[in-house]
Design a binder for this molecule. Structure first.
Ligand code: GDP
Ligand code: MG
Length: 597
């Protein structure tokens, strides 16, 4: 295909502003998918994505569009994920296209993820076409939102296209704008092959599928290709474009986006951002590489039933085949037995993996408290990464500890600003900026990631009744006064509950945790002390009173069926309990005890 007849673009938007619906309309109006095969949200494939209405894996579709100028165009849409945890996928796909549609819900205006995603598009030098969606709704305020796009983002919105992705209004204008306002890709078909590895995934039938954007040269089925970063050489078995199902194609040239298979064993053998060239006639210079995505949040995953360990190992290995961004290694815990310490890109990523393990593999899991990666500067000069608070060495060997900090952007209606500022303050946040656009405020905070990973989103949602939006990026490491706090139940340390915490907040956190555990752990036949301690020093303490021996007798004395029911309930409950010394702790306690509200 001639370069002048190609347009490559992505759609950037805040969650729920209508990105997937717009993609559906574009696919539908151009007849890319036959009407009878059309289902809502063509590009969102995983269950969890549909349920939560978010796109996790970036997807791609090739659309053929006969424009008003009488020429036929090929439009390649890369649907980028809309959540902060998957920012790395956003930036990688942005580099494969020249333009973006900026979709803003005309009833909501610019939100935190609108900003984060549009800045990525600007960084990638995209031409940006603003689109105002949901103008079918009476609450739509297209003019105000236009002004807001100009004020807050700083791009020209005078030619923003009003649409309703739901009713189809304005969709033809979007297609024309893609052709007339976005630039055609550049490239040299006669130069040696240079293609960017944009994404890869595991297909149960085809093995590893690699998505590429060709910059220069041509790639054909049967070609011997080389991955410049890994040095690996493969033969191209299958070359295809996504419509969005795979359709074989003979060759791909500059500006084109497609996929190939090449008997690659695992996703880990492919590096996103790598340059693909021909074995025989290679290009001279590789494309600038992407930063690999590094896990920032770690937690332990243990089977509730120790006999499920092998099943858990199988499941984790299978999932890892398709998700090179999640890491795992075996872990043994005195309290929880055998399990895995897993690393994730963020909290949503953690939830996605845990949900898939429980749902698709039918496993009951205990998830320990999420923890960030701390950097321990040892007195002997060594720098260690701490992935698990339970591994914290004796403080006498540690000179100082650093923790990761983030730059958080929160957009919120004025009325809730006070609560948001308080929440950020409570989480050791430092205000960097506070500005207003209309009746919405934008607060930018420097926050410790450790204070955000646990329940920050939930708290933010609840104090703002869901009206705030949030986004963050990593800023780097900074020293602070951090200590490990252990929890002892019946004088035994429960390592799965130990956390790293700021010294000044240790007592308050310890008190809350002990109080919560007192509620969460059922009474036993004996009295159970619950303590929080730093080193050998106890900083908070609660006691769970012993059960009175006659309780069951008194309450359920005569009623046999009720007694039976109670026993059954206890038995079912047992599955979700873990034994710690003489004490049984319910699985739910491990997460609930750490919530800070
Ligand atoms: P995404 O998260 O950006 O992919 O958003 P979706 O495309 O999933 O849309 C979020 C919700 O908004 C869905 O319930 C859509 O049906 C609805 N929606 C999308 N576009 C429109 C529109 O133009 N008008 C109205 N009224 N609803 C829309
Ligand atoms: Mg979507």
């Amino acid at each position: 295909t001639e370069l002048a007849q190609i347009r490559n673009f992505s759609i950037v938007a805040h969650i729920d502003h209508g990105k997937s619906t717009l993609a559906d309309r574009l696919i539908q109006l151009t007849g890319t998918v036959a009407e009878r095969d059309m289902k809502a949200q063509m590009l969102d494939s995983m269950d969890i994505e549909r349920e939560r209405g978010i796109t996790i894996k970036a997807q791609t579709v090739r659309i053929e569009y006969p424009a008003k100028d009488g020429k036929k165009y090929i439009l390649n849409l890369i649907d980028t994920p809309g959540h902060v945890d998957f920012g790395y996928e956003v930036s990688r796909s942005m580099r494969a296209v020249e333009g973006s549609l900026l979709v803003v819900d005309a009833t909501q205006g610019v939100e935190a993820q609108t900003l984060a995603n549009v800045y990525q598009a600007i960084d990638a030098d995209h031409e940006i076409v603003p689109v105002l969606n949901k103008i079918d709704l009476p609450a739509a305020e297209p003019d105000q939102v236009k002004a807001q796009i100009e004020d807050v983002i700083g791009i020209d919105a005078s030619e923003a296209i009003p649409i309703s992705a739901k009713t189809g209004l304005g969709i033809p204008d979007v297609l024309e704008a893609i052709v007339t306002r976005l630039p055609a890709p550049k490239g040299d078909a006669s130069a040696p092959l240079k293609a960017m590895l944009v994404d890869s995934w595991y297909d149960p039938y085809l093995g590893v599928v690699v998505m590429i954007r060709v910059m220069d040269g041509m790639i054909r089925k049967g070609d011997r290709i080389k991955m410049m970063q890994t040095g690996a050489i493969y033969g191209v078995d299958k070359l295809a474009v996504l419509k969005p199902q795979m359709v074989d194609i003979a060759e791909l040239g500059p500006g084109e986006i497609g996929v190939f298979t090449a008997s690659i064993k695992q996703v880990r053998d492919t590096r996103v951002g790598d340059t693909i060239t021909h074995e025989k006639k290679p290009c001279l210079k590789a494309l600038p590489g992407f930063k690999p995505s590094i896990p920032v949040v770690f937690c332990g995953l243990f089977p509730v039933d120790a006999n499920d360990f092998e099943a858990l190992r199988d499941a984790i290995e299978k999932l890892a085949l398709n998700d090179a961004s999640f890491t795992y290694e075996m872990e043994t815990s005195a309290a929880l037995g055998f399990g895995f310490r897993c690393g994730f890109l963020g909290l949503l990523h953690l939830e996605v993996i845990r949900d898939r393990l429980e749902r698709e593999y039918d496993l009951d899991l205990i998830t320990t408290a999420p923890s960030v990666v701390f950097r321990l500067h040892m007195k002997d000069g060594e720098v260690r990464e701490l992935h698990n608070p339970a591994d914290m060495p004796d403080l006498t060997f540690v000179d100082h500890i650093e923790e990761p900090r983030i730059k958080a952007t929160i957009m919120v209606p004025d009325d809730y600003l006070g609560d948001v500022l308080k929440l950020c303050q409570d989480r050791r946040g430092i205000q960097m900026d506070l500005t207003y656009a209309g009746s919405r405020a934008m607060a930018v905070y420097d926050l410790p990631l450790a204070e955000v990973v646990f329940d920050f989103y939930d708290r933010l949602k609840s104090v703002t009744k869901g009206y705030a939006s949030f986004d963050y990026q990593m800023m780097g490491y900074r020293e602070d006064n951090l200590v490990k706090m252990s929890i002892l139940v019946n004088d035994e340390p429960v390592d799965a509950l130990s956390i790293m915490v700021h010294r000044d907040r240790a007592e308050a956190r310890g008190r809350v945790m002990c109080e919560k555990l007192k509620e969460l752990i059922p009474r036993h036949m004996f009295k159970i002390p619950v303590q929080a301690a730093i080193g050998g020093r106890v900083i908070a303490r609660e006691t769970i009173a012993a059960m009175r021996k006659d309780v069951t007798a008194k309450c359920y004395g005569g009623d046999v069926t009720r007694k039976k029911k109670l026993l059954e309930k206890q038995k079912a409950g047992k599955k979700k309990m873990r034994q710690f010394g003489k004490v049984e702790i319910p699985q739910s306690a491990f997460i609930s005890a750490l919530k800070m509200d």
